[in-house]
Design a protein around this ligand. Structure first.
Ligand code: TMP
Length: 250
């Protein structure tokens, strides 16, 4: 259901962000659109928006309970979320527990290598530049955030990894890697923004050993494996088995 909302502030590949009538809050719509390879591959996957919105809401509630600040305030409807207004830092923070994806395409690190401590990669979020991997020196040159804030980003991201790795392990899901986006709220505090969903995390079903069948995340779409929404639905089902229904914003 579409709530009353103000003007469109931002449209991304999987979400739209609208003003809400308050300077402090935005309304986020999760779309059914799926894209990969910097939007060269596109599809509409019916039900994806709703599933990702519900998964993200539950994950944000789990993280909040563990002391991780997030932009999430509550649900508005099945595929709409209310969030704090934040300035998103144009960075993609990727944490990798198991080597796969671009790490294996771009380095000789073998597929499946366990990375402990998790590898943290920072990318500059800019579709026109295809989200390039940053060096520390380039990051400093860009001046996107202070050294102190960068350390805070790293601490926050590692805490998210620790909480989510054990949360998903309880559901027989292996958190292979994931991408986070971080924003600054109106009090200049870092908060986790964007979404945490199978669009942004790789999750393998530990009850299945087949290397393709066990994939439950957007790699099903990237690799044309089929059953994308079914994979996402399986993750939601397991989360709903242990989490209460996410709160409504009121
Ligand atoms: P990668 O192996 O393609 O670099 O992806 C690492 C993780 O980041 C994986 O969980 C998927 C996620 N990701 C996004 O959420 N958005 C993106 O644009 C990309 C490239 C990856």
């Amino acid at each position: 259901m579409k709530p009353d909302h103000g003007q469109l502030l931002y449209e991304g590949k999987a979400k739209r962000v609208f003003s809400s009538g308050s300077n402090e809050r935005v309304l986020v719509e999760f779309k059914d659109d799926a894209t990969a390879f910097n939007a060269q591959k596109r599809a509409k996957l019916e039900g994806k928006g709703q599933i990702n919105c519900q998964i993200s809401a539950s994950i944000f509630e789990v993280l909040e309970r563990e002391g991780v600040p997030t932009h999430y305030l509550g649900l508005e409807s099945d595929n709409w979320m209310v969030a704090q207004y934040v300035d998103v830092i144009p960075l993609e923070v990727v944490l990798r527990n198991i080597a796969t994806g671009s790490l294996c395409r771009e380095t000789p690190i073998p597929f499946g290598t366990e990375l402990s401590p998790a590898l943290l990669d920072l990318y500059y979020k800019d579709d026109a530049l295809s989200d390039p991997l940053l060096s520390e020196a380039r990051l400093e040159k860009l001046g996107l955030l202070s050294k102190q804030k960068l350390l805070e980003v790293e601490t926050l991201s590692r805490k998210v990894n620790q909480v989510l790795t054990s949360f998903f392990a309880n559901l027989d899901l292996l958190l292979v890697d994931f991408k986070l986006e971080i924003g600054l709220n109106q009090h200049n505090q870092l908060v986790l923004a964007d979404e945490v969903s199978p669009d942004t995390c790789r999750l393998w079903d530990q009850r299945i050993s087949d290397p393709e069948e066990r994939i439950l995340d957007k790699d099903r779409f990237r690799k044309d494996l089929g059953g994308v929404v079914e994979g996402y639905g399986e993750i939601l089902k397991r989360i709903q088995g242990v989490c209460p229904k996410p709160r409504n914003y009121k």
